[in-house]
Write a protein that binds this ligand. Structure first.
Ligand code: AMP
Length: 216
């Protein structure tokens, strides 16, 4: 089993432009497919000046590069199944070593399983930089499915057809939704109503982030 190790990763402020440890935020962004995480994470990144770590993006790049890792990932992604934890954890561990994560991180689409969440927590605990906040985008499943079908025809995404969407929803319910209780238990969960205009939803996210920052 590959362990997520971030031993060489600098998660502390490393240069004058970096945020102070008070400003630095480590956030996980959770939500079912189609909840608008992509749109909102861009805004949040601008707002906080932190870097994104999107496993979906990394996996899509690996798939496009076409190596053995990408081909393996593709077999899962094209069917709406989760890519196996060891592969995802190895990618994340490598990525986290990049210097832009000195000022914090927005984990997007990661973790998606309890195993991924525990591995991330263990790594961050070893470094003394635990997660600050887990944002859960919450919305009615029917609304999200309709949104995704519209996006599928506009963007021609291979992984967005009715069967795959239904399967991705199921995977979310079974494998990722348990993270909500996991983070609630840690006291870092904030639930965001994901229905509304992008501006309205972002105002809710900003309020949650500001509330967390105000806490000692
Ligand atoms: P998304 O666009 O975020 O729904 O991700 C597209 C696909 O990438 C998913 O259906 C999974 O196959 C894969 N994927 C992205 N992030 C992860 C992760 N943290 N763990 C496992 N698979 C992932």
């Amino acid at each position: 089993m590959t362990q997520l190790t971030t031993d060489n990763c600098q998660l502390t402020a490393a240069h004058p432009a970096a945020a102070t440890s008070e400003d630095r935020m480590l956030i996980v962004f959770i939500g079912p497919p189609g909840a608008g995480k992509g749109t909102q994470s861009k805004r949040l990144l601008d707002y906080l000046g932190i870097s994104p770590l999107s496993t979906s993006e990394m996996l899509r790049q690996a798939r496009a590069a076409g190596g053995s890792l990408g081909n393996l990932a593709s077999q899962y992604m094209d069917n709406g199944r989760l890519v196996p934890d060891p592969l995802v954890l190895a990618l994340v561990a490598e990525k986290l070593q990049e210097p832009q994560f000195a000022t914090g991180c927005l984990f997007d689409g990661f973790p998606r399983t309890l195993q991924q969440a525990r591995s991330l927590d263990e790594s961050l605990a070893r470094r003394g930089t635990p997660l600050d906040l887990a944002l859960e985008m919450r919305a009615d499943e029917d609304v999200l499915v309709a949104r995704m079908l519209r996006r599928a025809s506009a963007e021609k995404r291979v992984d967005d057809n009715p069967q795959t969407i239904a399967h991705r929803m199921e995977v979310y319910r079974q494998q990722t939704a348990p993270l909500i209780d996991y983070y609630r238990f840690q006291g870092i969960l904030s639930v965001i109503d994901a229905i509304g205009t992008p501006d309205e939803v972002f105002e809710r996210i900003k309020a949650a982030v500001d509330k967390r920052r105000a806490r000692p």
